[in-house]
Write a protein that binds this ligand. Structure first.
Ligand SMILES: [Cu+2]
Length: 146
C-alpha cells in the first residue's frame, strides 16, 4: 500500500511539471530553413485541429535554441517584414499552415550547429493548456518546402 502511495504521488508531481501532450492537434510536414552561422532559422509546419473546439497556439520553445517566437511575415507595405504574434488561432476542425511568407516559428540563438538533415524538436504550447512536441527536419537555405 505504501508503494502504491509513493507511485501515485510521483505521478502527480510529474503531472504538475509536464503539461499533457495534445490529442486534438496534429502536425505534418514540419521543416526548418537553416541559415549560415547563428542566423535565426524559420520553422514551418501544418497544424490541424481535429477537435470541435477552437484552440490557439500560444508559444513555442526548443531545447536546441536559446529562444523561439511565433512570427508572421507580411509584404503589406511592399517591403518584407515580420511581426511577433501572441497566438495563432486553429479553428475547430481546421488547418493552419506555417509557411514561408506567413506564420513561422523564429528559432534564434542555436545552442549548437544545426545542419541540413538534422532533426529538431519544437514544442508548441496550446491555449487548452496542453503541449505539442513536433519533430522538424532541417533543410538548406534554398529549400522551399518539406
Ligand atoms: Cu521571423
Amino acid at each position: 500500500m505504501k508503494t502504491l502511495f509513493v507511485a501515485l504521488t510521483t505521478l502527480l508531481a510529474a503531472g504538475a511539471v509536464h503539461a499533457t501532450d495534445s490529442t486534438s492537434v496534429k502536425a505534418s510536414g514540419a521543416w526548418i530553413r537553416v541559415l549560415p552561422g547563428s542566423l535565426p532559422a524559420g520553422g514551418y509546419v501544418t497544424l490541424e485541429n481535429t477537435s470541435a473546439t477552437g484552440i490557439a497556439v500560444t508559444g513555442a520553445k526548443s531545447a536546441d535554441y536559446g529562444d523561439a517566437m511565433i512570427h508572421k511575415s507580411s509584404t503589406e507595405t511592399g517591403m518584407g517584414r515580420m511581426e511577433m504574434v501572441d497566438k495563432v488561432p486553429l479553428p475547430a476542425n481546421g488547418k493552419v499552415a506555417f509557411a514561408p511568407g506567413g506564420y513561422h516559428v523564429m528559432l534564434m540563438q542555436p545552442k549548437h550547429p544545426v545542419n541540413p538533415g538534422d532533426k529538431v524538436v519544437v514544442t508548441f504550447t496550446l491555449s487548452d493548456g496542453s503541449t505539442l512536441p513536433v519533430t522538424f527536419e532541417a533543410k538548406p537555405a534554398n529549400a522551399t518546402g518539406p
